[in-house]
Design a protein around this ligand. Structure first.
Ligand SMILES: Nc1ncnc2c1ncn2[C@@H]1O[C@H](COP(=O)(O)OP(=O)(O)OP(=O)(O)O)[C@@H](O)[C@H]1O
Ligand SMILES: [Mg+2]
Length: 288
């Protein structure tokens, strides 16, 4: 069985990568999958902190909480850029290999173009890019003509994904990278901005090869759950540590489930060679 690598990426900070990563991890575990988690944001460590908060919360909770298998990647302290990149590549490979046996590995990337982030993108089977409903964030995907609003061409983050696709193709790993963009923090108001963003994204999707999926609404509950390490999927139900109180939280759970469904994740099949496909891109990257 091959481990599917799902990378949460966007060079734009604060777009919702860590929040979506944690919700995805818990959603996959709740559907009976074995899930690994790797946090590549070595400075902020939001996903790591989220999981640590969950551990602390679990100590005092009467119900059992699910936890992913966690692998840590260390930043290199070497001065030479070349040597530092090689060391980080080794650390990344070790982390991925330790995930053998997991159905999915969810990797949370920093909001920056780092060597580790590029590596993760080149190893991705799926890239999930949360995007705030703002043209400031859109600018990292594509440049727009300031007068007509027409899409002029790809921008920084799209180029990073393009390079990851090239590296993967050169490595001979079968299948391309499925790139999914999810709009995050969608507001019930600002209908005009929402519509125009939607149109520009639809236009861009065909040109640079991503799929749009329904994203998450702008809900304060996402910010409130972090200190307890909980997700919306842990709420509700008779034994839940916290109860869902309003309709909006129920809708949010539906949003998360539809994100998982839209990812079109493969059925789990028994096969040999777990983790084999994770070796390819590095060989290609070294050769490039
Ligand atoms: N759908 C949402 N509704 C409301 N708040 C949200 C939503 N998604 C994320 N947030 C909040 O937005 C902030 C940024 O989210 P998050 O840390 O997940 O983004 P990120 O892309 O991982 O950021 P960074 O690039 O800095 O790592 C956090 O305060 C988080 O709680
Ligand atoms: Mg983050």
């Amino acid at each position: 069985m091959l481990t599917q690598v799902i990378v949460l990426g966007n060079e734009k900070g604060g777009s919702g990568k860590s929040t979506a990563a944690m919700h995805l991890i818990i959603a996959l575990m709740k559907s009976g999958r074995k899930v690994g988690a790797i946090d590549l944001d070595l400075r902020q460590k939001s996903l790591t902190r989220y999981i640590e908060n969950r551990m602390k919360f679990a100590e005092g909770a009467s119900t059992r909480l699910d936890f992913p298998k966690v692998a840590k990647v260390k930043a290199s302290a070497l001065d030479s850029r070349e040597a530092s990149m090689l060391t980080e590549t080794d650390h990344f490979q070790e982390a991925l290999q330790s995930m053998e046996g997991c159905d999915f590995v969810v990797i949370d990337c920093p909001g920056a173009n780092t060597h580790l982030s590029r590596l993760a993108h080149a190893h991705a089977d799926k890239i999930v890019t949360p995007l705030n409903d703002s043209f400031v964030d859109f600018d990292l995907l594509a440049r727009l003509d300031p007068t007509t609003g027409a899409v002029l061409g790809p921008s920084l983050y799209s180029e990073l994904v393009w390079n990851a696709r090239k590296i993967r193709a050169m490595s001979g790993v079968p299948g391309g990278i499925d790139w999914i963009v999810m709009r995050n923090r969608l507001s019930a108001t600002r209908a005009n901005n929402k519509r125009v963003m939607g149109e520009r994204l639809e236009d861009l999707a065909g040109r640079i090869g991503f799929r749009m999926v329904r994203g998450f609404g702008d809900r304060v509950i996402y910010r409130e759950l972090f200190p307890m390490g909980l997700t919306l999927l842990d709420l509700g139900g008779r034994d839940a540590p916290l109860r869902l109180s309003t309709m909006s939280h129920v809708t949010a759970r539906i949003e998360i489930r539809s994100l998982v469904a839209a990812l079109n994740l493969p059925q789990i099949k028994a096969a040999d060679g777990a983790g084999e496909h994770t070796k390819g891109p590095d060989e290609a990257q070294k050769a490039a």
